[in-house]
Ligand binder design. Structure first.
Ligand code: FES
Length: 159
């Protein structure tokens, strides 16, 4: 879902606690930004599919170290949210299809900056990712790295 509104909305970088970050986020205006962009953590060797390949939906259930990171209602359909302090981006491209991504850009390892409309954005060099994690705009060539995610009742559990 790409709307004219999402193309024209400005984002306001903010750092929010996990639950506060998720509250009141609309499907089109799911905009939240991590505090730091530009810290490289060397994520470029994470592997992943080539540019243009779909990021596979994670089918394996979260492992024994899984934890509740958000509520099902916190992730808007057609949108995404950042989970502050967890280096995660959660998205829901279509109703009931939850995705979890490591919030590190596959280009050069900057922290993902935030979500603008229906895209996940890295401001270091301008890469943008779709809600399924695939590259919408380079220079990144590989999709975001996925994490196992599962809806358990009203909770989203990531392993
Ligand atoms: S590190 Fe994200 S665009 Fe370069």
């Amino acid at each position: 879902m790409n709307t004219a509104a999402s193309d024209t909305q400005a984002t306001t970088p903010t750092s929010l606690p996990r639950r506060a970050l998720l509250g009141g986020v609309g499907a089109v205006a799911a905009t939240a930004v991590l505090t730091a962009c530009g810290s490289s953590v060397g994520a470029d060797s994470d592997g992943g599919a080539a540019d243009g390949e779909l990021a596979a939906a994670t089918t394996a259930p979260p492992g024994p170290d899984a934890e509740v990171v958000a509520g099902v209602a916190d992730v808007p359909v057609g949108g995404a949210v950042m989970i502050d302090g967890k280096r995660l981006v959660l998205s829901q491209p279509v109703a009931g299809d939850f995705r979890a991504f490591v919030a590190i850009c596959t280009h050069s390892g900057c922290n993902i900056s935030g979500v603008e409309g229906d895209e996940i954005v890295c401001n270091c060099h301008g890469s943008r990712f779709r809600l399924d994690g695939t590259v919408a705009k380079g220079p990144a060539k590989r999709p975001l790295k996925t994490r196992p995610i599962e809806a358990r009742g009203t909770d989203l559990v990531v392993g």
